[in-house]
Structures are given as structure tokens and as C-alpha cells.
Ligand binder design. Structure first.
Ligand code: UD1
Ligand code: CA
Length: 528
């Protein structure tokens, strides 16, 4: 998680550009001779609106399997926190982005770009906010969520090994539409990045694209940012021009090819975002299958990056595992199940269930068609069956609520069975209160437990009872009127209805039976 990661160990290096450009030496030279790890600061660009998302939520805050787009980029950058800072440039929806950062990455420093005047302008604002920032600077677009931390580490390593002024992560893609093209000179060396709208037809034919992930030597970056023009189709300051200008000045540039082009994909609209989500789903599912989890239908299994699973867990089709969910060894989940922040113990079975912020104990059984609301804690080998809803409910080991019930604000003891169609009446219209059922109790079908009520260990309750008073241990609680039957009521009060007709026929039949019985009694069969 954010804040706990450890950085890759890179050797400290002095920049080639630094040694060739003496003007930077005053700010760049280290005063001590002891080798220290280089400082690597990260700047994430997240001020854009993302117009084509057609959303009141800024693009970087759209969700993608457990994190926002920005959250994924922050996670890739997290290892760098140990030796440097992470600055996030915010603008559109700035309050929302700041609030999100405070929650998911409190160490990250937001800097506001009031007007979105381009990616170069955004980096300049970030650097102006940290005048002392030096060393290696990683710059990441906030909308490339599939970028792996290992790829970013390799990018920084390539940059530092080559002692480059700038390093750009590129990819060869089938469809480069809308992306900046990597333009190379006759010798095949990096020359510039040209945006599609500024490109010549030959440049548009290039399929090597700029991913939006870069590494810079800080002084070189700072110097060239100061020289950016807005002489392009969008009238913006392009960060990409910094690299072209450095190349033109003879500084060493590395164009580092991503091992997997899908890592560099961005999303500009909701259809593209859905495409990224499917790629991320496949990546996550592949990793879990390699780790020993059975995923029956990977195409319909959606597991957040934050979820953990143990080996031999079985995930049946159409299952969603979200947030801080963890699945124990050999548990079977699904089909048609959503678990959000749910801890499932080993060997449990959860079928066609929706569960939120709950714990399902080892070998417990849930569903089909169960709804576990927050605070449901199901003990080992307990059961929550069909059409059962629970909330703030604790079931002891082996306790069962098999059918058609609501268990709200209740504690049910070990090995107790709750009869079908029971309601824990927890709300009196003003207050919610708890009820407690002891161990080894047997409650009847169709009971109402009007809270707060306590049923003792080993007690029984009769079917159809409304239990408003405590039932002592071992007692039978009965709370219902004694039945009486008013004979002939339907024929008298509902004459002419189908029910009255049926009653009449039945009564005639009964009378015939009675007469026949008398005849039979007076003249036994063997005498006929
Ligand atoms: C950018 C690159 C392009 C590359 C592509 C990869 C430039 C000029 N172009 O284009 O070469 O192929 O990314 O996805 O950099 N942002 C700000 N402030 C601004 C403008 C943008 O913070 O003033 C942020 C956005 O929120 C976004 C990122 O910078 O996260 C990239 O901006 P975007 O407009 O998406 O650039 P692209 O047109 O995709
Ligand atoms: Ca983009």
C-alpha cells in the first residue's frame, strides 16, 4: 500500500548533462563525497478536465478496479517516496482531487495550476513550488493507470544508467490516433515528440508513441521549461517540446520502449476507460490464477487490485471482489456474488450473495440470495441461507439462519437454529436496539424478536410467536392466541362465493363419510 513500499535500489549517478553544462554545477554538485542515493522526485499531472468523459468528476478520479486513475499512478510512483517527494498538479475539480489525495496518499503534495495551459506549464508550476528540487525528476500523466511500478523503475534505471537529460517511455502501438509520435532522425536517434495535430502525414504514420511517462534531470528540465513556446495547434506549453529542445541542444535522450504496450494506454472517454478496465481485469485475474486461485470465467470476474486471495479459492462466474476483501484458502465464491470489504475464511461457500463490510468465518455457508450488510460477523461453520438479510449481526459457531429472515442488531449463540421467516425487530421508529439469542436454542418459524429481548441458552420458542419478553434458558416461549374455529362461518357470511361452494361440497362429503361409516359399523364387510 501507499507509504509501505520500498524503492528499487538504483546506484547514484552524476548526470552527463550536469558535467557538460557548468552553469548547473552550482545547484547540482554534491558538497559531500559520500555516495548517497539520488533524490528522485515525482510530479504527476492531474489538472486536466477530461472533457470527453462528460462527467462532473474529474477524469483522474474515475474508478478502475479498486483505485482511481490517479490512485493507480500514485501506486506506481509510491516506491519513490522513500527518497523524494511526490507532487500532484491539480486544477479541474481541484477540491475533489485534493480531498482524494488526503485520503489515499497523504504524503503527496498538491500544487494548483489555475489555468490549464499545457503539460509543460503544469510541470513548471510544480517546479516553481519546489525551487530546491534537484536530481532525478519523474513526470507522469495522471491518466495512464496501467503503468507498472516495475516498468517505471526500469525507466528510471535506464535514465540514470545512460546519464540522460531526459528519458521518455515509448510504445509501438497498432493505433496511435491522438497520441504524440516519436520522431527519429535519419540515424534512428530520438529527435522530437510531435503531437498528432501538429504532425505531418509522414509523422502521423509513425506508430511509436509517447506514453506520457518521463524522467528528467532537474536542472535540464528547469532550463528548457523556461524556454517553452505556445507555438502549436493548441496554443499550449508542451512538456514534450522540452525533450525535443534538449535533443536539439545535443543532450542525451533515451527513448525507452515499454515491454508491454498496453501499460502506456490512457483513457479519454468512458469507452476507452472500459477498455482499460478489461485489460486491468485480465492482468489481475492472470496473476491470481498463477498464484493458485481457480477463476472459472475470467471474463466476468472483477477483482480489485486491493483484494487478496489464498490458493485453491474458487471464483465462480460473474463475481465482483472489491475493496479490502480477502478470500481464504479453498473458499468458493459465486456465481453472481459481490463482496465489498469482506473477509472470507478458508473453506467458506458464498453463493449469489451481496455482502458489505462483513466477516464470513471458516467453512461458513452463505446464500443463495443473501444480503450481508455492514457489521455481519458469521462464525465458523455458521449459515446464512436463502433470502436472509443481516446487519450488525453476530452468529456463533455453527449457528444457522436458513430461510427468509431479517437479522438486524442481534447476537445468535453457538449452534442455535433460527426458524424460517424470523424478523429481529430492531427498530421502534426512534431507536435501534439489540437482541441476544443464547447457544443451542431452537426458535420457531415466523418469530418476531422485539428488541431488546434475550432468549437463554437451550430455550425454544413456538412458531408464530412475537417475543417481547425474555425467555429464560431451557424455557419454551409461546406468545400467540389459542386457536378457535367458528364452524360454518364461510357458508353463512360469504354465501355464494366459490369458497362457500367448496365448503358446502366438503361438508356434504364429510357427512356422507360419517353416514357410510355408521352403515359400515352396523353391517361389517364380511357379512355383505
Ligand atoms: C499527452 C502528450 C502526448 C502523449 C499523451 C499520452 C503532451 C503535449 N502530449 O497528450 O504526447 O502521447 O499525453 O497519453 O504532453 N494536464 C495538466 N495540466 C495541463 C494539461 C494537462 O495537469 O495544463 C494533465 C492532464 O490532467 C493529464 C496529463 O496532463 O493527466 C496529460 O494531458 P492530456 O491533455 O491528456 O494530454 P494528451 O493530449 O493526452
Ligand atoms: Ca491524455
Amino acid at each position: 500500500m501507499w507509504g509501505n513500499g520500498s524503492p528499487q535500489a538504483f546506484g547514484a549517478s552524476q548526470s552527463w548533462f550536469e558535467s557538460r553544462h557548468p552553469s548547473h554545477l552550482t545547484t547540482m554538485r554534491r558538497t559531500d563525497t559520500v555516495e548517497e542515493p539520488s533524490v528522485r522526485n515525482v510530479i504527476i499531472l492531474a489538472a486536466g478536465e477530461g472533457k470527453r468523459m462528460k462527467s462532473s468528476v474529474p477524469k483522474v478520479l474515475h474508478p478502475l478496479l479498486g483505485r482511481t486513475l490517479l490512485g493507480h499512478v500514485l501506486a506506481a510512483a509510491e516506491p519513490f517516496l522513500e527518497s523524494g517527494t511526490v507532487t500532484v498538479v491539480v486544477g479541474h475539480g481541484g477540491d475533489q482531487v485534493r480531498e482524494h489525495l488526503a485520503r489515499v496518499a497523504p504524503e503527496a503534495v498538491p500544487v494548483t495550476q489555475t489555468e490549464q495551459r499545457g503539460t509543460g506549464h503544469a510541470v513548471r508550476i510544480a517546479l516553481d513550488a519546489s525551487p530546491e528540487l534537484s536530481g532525478t525528476v519523474v513526470v507522469l500523466n495522471g491518466d495512464i493507470p496501467l503503468l507498472r511500478a516495475e516498468t517505471l523503475a526500469a525507466l528510471v534505471h535506464a535514465h540514470e544508467t545512460a546519464q540522460a537529460s531526459a528519458t521518455v517511455l515509448t510504445a509501438e502501438v497498432d493505433n496511435p490516433t491522438g497520441l504524440g509520435r516519436i520522431v527519429r532522425n535519419a540515424g534512428g536517434e530520438f529527435a522530437a515528440i510531435v503531437e498528432e495535430r501538429d504532425a505531418t502525414p509522414e509523422q502521423r504514420a509513425v506508430r511509436e508513441i509517447n506514453s506520457g511517462a518521463y524522467v528528467f534531470e532537474a536542472a535540464a528540465l528547469r532550463e528548457m521549461l523556461g524556454k517553452l513556446s505556445t507555438n502549436n495547434d493548441q496554443g499550449e506549453e508542451y512538456l514534450t517540446d522540452v525533450i525535443g529542445m534538449l535533443a536539439a541542444a545535443g543532450a542525451p535522450i533515451v527513448a525507452h520502449r515499454a515491454p508491454d504496450a498496453t501499460e502506456t494506454l490512457g483513457a479519454n472517454d468512458r469507452a476507452e476507460l472500459a477498455g482499460l478496465r478489461a485489460l486491468m481485469r485480465d492482468r489481475i485475474n492472470d496473476e491470481w490464477m498463477k498464484a493458485g486461485v481457480a477463476i472459472i470465467d475470467p471474463a466476468t470476474t472483477w477483482i480489485d487490485v486491493t483484494v487478496t486471495l489464498e490458493r485453491d479459492a474458487v471464483i465462480e462466474p460473474n463475481t465482483h471482489l472489491r475493496g479490502a476483501t480477502s478470500i481464504g484458502e479453498a473458499a468458493v465464491i459465486g456465481p453472481d456474488t459481490s463482496l465489498i470489504d469482506v473477509v472470507v475464511g478458508p473453506g467458506a461457500a458464498v453463493v449469489r450473495t451481496h455482502a458489505v463490510s462483513s466477516e464470513i468465518g471458516p467453512q461458513a455457508s452463505v446464500g443463495p440470495f443473501a444480503y450481508l450488510r455492514p457489521g455481519s460477523q458469521l462464525g465458523r461453520k455458521s449459515k446464512v441461507g436463502t433470502f436472509v438479510e443481516t446487519k450488525a449481526a453476530t452468529l456463533g459457531e455453527g449457528a444457522k439462519v436458513p430461510h427468509l429472515s431479517y437479522v438486524g442488531d442481534a447476537t445468535i449463540g453457538e449452534h442455535t437454529n433460527i426458524g424460517a421467516a424470523t424478523v429481529f425487530v430492531n427498530y421502534d421508529g426512534v431507536r435501534k436496539q439489540r437482541s441476544v439469542i443464547g447457544a443451542h436454542a431452537r426458535t420457531g418459524a415466523d418469530n418476531m424478536f422485539v428488541a431488546p429481548v434475550h432468549v437463554g441458552d437451550g430455550a425454544y420458542t413456538a412458531a408464530g410467536s412475537v417475543i417481547v419478553k425474555d425467555v429464560p434458558a431451557g424455557a419454551l416461549g409461546v406468545s400467540r392466541a389459542t386457536q378457535r374455529n367458528i364452524d360454518g362461518w364461510v357458508e353463512r357470511k360469504r354465501a355464494g362465493t366459490a369458497a362457500a361452494e367448496a365448503a358446502k361440497v366438503a361438508r356434504a362429503r364429510e357427512e356422507n363419510h360419517a353416514e357410510a361409516g355408521q352403515v359400515a359399523e352396523s353391517s361389517p364387510r364380511d357379512e355383505q
